[in-house]
Design a protein around this ligand. Structure first.
Ligand code: ADP
Length: 506
């Protein structure tokens, strides 16, 4: 089975969060299972060295845009990576979506639309590589199914939605240049404008998202971000699938993690975590005492509920606990956490940066990891926390509910609470977590259950192979439904255009 993954992010080339983690691991895990999985990625400015040292595969012109495809000298967990060098579009600093000052690129949608056409032409017209499936990820690659169909691609397409809130939405139709009018109709929002993601939802042979819980939620108005009708149509086709993300269990193993001052395993978890907590307190200038350590790792956005942590404010400090919050994001949340840190008498440290090593030391040191997301397609941090014996305190939504078992259950490994947007509810959940941490027997039980779970990609790969049609254990895999009927059903009113900006840092 040959599969070309197409995305905006892929570890170690470009990442701002879970999307980069997944692309850095899933194609590699598919390769290990015997697939020929490769990756197409824009050649961002910081990949100049890879471009220089890589092997040129193709050079062509796409709508007046020169395109060079270079096989990178390094791989992503064993998977070949093709860098699409498109001068003027991607050879910039910052991150995949923003300039170095954190401003979204003006031509954000345009450049990824160009990327989609270039990948499709490289594949269909220039035979870049064999591919029975093109696996497109998020809105950045969501026009691919349409370009492939337009160019007569013989294979099939799967679109994985990592976050429905980011839709590649614009008030103008520029991104759709070169595609037929019916694609525009698929992409149209009732209130005006067009969404690349909506076009992809309707145009892909299959659609998946990154947890069964999120696959159910996005069919509702509350979580559908205005696209619930399109999502429901694919569910009605039997072509909406929910597959929880994985992690590399060997890489996320506190016994062998070189980032930790003191490696530990399930047998010496209490002592190991205590030593790591002490080292972290010293590293960050946090008060040194025996109180529990509560952590947060993630984007400082409303999605992640980071504003609730900021709003809880000094009430956090009235608990017998210390806090370390690691993340970057919305300026007002960053400011509130900076102020909280300054007035905390060293009981709370806000680390405003992206620091993969510190994240690992935090999972190892923490007793509780806060994940108060308002919605969460899958989430990786709660899996990392459980592997490292930290109890997630998380909202009962999406992938969090699919990957955490509440402490009330025999197999419990964390605290789940219902999201209601109130800091008081988060504080009550933290209090419940602190009570569990204070009970050595309960704490040992919950840690053991979490650390025993591998979450490894090897558990996930067979599900994707089913989607590619390689395996069908129940023998019930249906052929992909035609696109025209579905498009007719949901064309037209599809809810409001997304209020959020169109980038996907997920
Ligand atoms: P997202 O919605 O951002 O993709 P996930 O939980 O799925 O959220 O994945 C986030 C990933 O990025 C995790 O691997 C997490 O450890 C990492 N991460 C997020 N913020 C930071 C940060 N500030 N420093 C280091 N790692 C981070």
């Amino acid at each position: 089975m040959q599969v070309l993954h197409v995305a905006a992010e892929c570890q170690p080339f470009a990442t701002t969060g879970g999307l980069g983690d997944v692309l850095g691991a899933l194609p590699g895990a598919l390769c290990a299972a015997g697939c020929d999985a490769r990756i197409a990625l824009p050649a961002y400015g910081w990949l100049a060295d890879d471009l220089r040292r890589g092997r040129e595969q193709l050079r062509f012109d796409c709508r007046g845009q020169p395109v060079r495809v270079v096989e990178a000298p390094r791989r992503a967990a064993g998977a070949i990576v093709y860098l699409f060098d498109m001068p003027g579009l991607f050879d910039r600093g910052g991150d995949p979506y923003r300039d170095a000052d954190g401003r979204l690129f003006e031509d954000l949608e345009w450049r990824f639309a160009r990327f989609c056409e270039a990948v499709a032409r490289a594949l269909v017209e220039r035979a870049l590589c064999p591919a029975a499936w093109v696996h497109a990820h998020d809105w950045h690659a969501a026009l691919l199914p349409h370009w492939l169909r337009r160019l007569g691609f013989a294979g099939r397409s799967l679109l994985t939605v990592h976050n429905l809130a980011f839709q590649g939405w614009r008030a103008d139709r520029q991104a759709f240049v070169g595609l037929e009018d019916d694609v525009l109709a698929d992409a149209a929002h009732a209130d005006g404008g067009w969404s690349m993601l909506k076009a992809g939802l309707l145009g892909a042979d299959r659609v998946s998202t990154v947890s069964p819980g999120y696959a159910r939620e996005i069919q509702t108005e509350a979580f559908g971000c205005g696209l619930q009708l399109a999502v429901r149509a694919r569910a009605a086709d039997g072509e909406l699938h929910g597959i929880v993300n994985g992690l590399n269990a060997a890489d996320w193993d506190p016994r062998r993690d070189p980032a930790l001052p003191r490696p530990y395993g399930p047998d010496d978890v209490a002592a190991g975590k205590a030593e790591n907590a002490l080292a972290l307190a010293t590293e960050l200038g946090l008060a040194v005492d025996a109180s529990p350590l509560v952590a947060f790792v993630g984007r400082l956005t409303a999605q992640k509920g980071a504003d609730l942590i900021a709003a809880a404010g000094s009430a956090l400090l009235h608990r017998r606990a210390r806090y370390v919050l690691l993340g970057i994001g919305d300026a007002d949340i960053e400011q509130a956490l900076t102020d909280l840190d300054a007035g905390s008498d060293r009981r709370l440290r806000f680390c405003r940066r992206f620091d993969a090593g510190l994240a690992r030391r935090l999972y190892a040191a923490a007793d509780l990891l806060l994940v108060p997301s308002r919605f969460e397609p899958c989430g990786l941090v709660q899996m990392h926390a459980q592997r490292y014996g930290a109890l997630p305190v998380a909202t009962r939504v999406g992938g969090l509910a699919d990957t955490i078992v509440d402490a009330a259950e025999p197999a419990g490994s964390g605290v789940l609470f219902d999201a209601d947007g109130r800091p008081g509810t988060l504080l009550a959940a933290i209090d419940r977590g602190l009570r569990l941490v204070a009970d050595p027997t309960e704490l040992a039980r919950l840690r053991r259950a979490g650390m025993r779970r591998s979450f490894d990609w090897t558990r996930v790969v067979p599900r994707y192979l089913e989607l590619y049609g390689v395996r069908s254990p129940a023998g019930t895999l249906t052929p992909p439904a035609g696109m025209a009927g579905i498009a007719r059903e949901v064309r037209g009113p599809a809810g409001r255009p997304p209020a959020a900006a169109a980038e996907n840092p997920s």
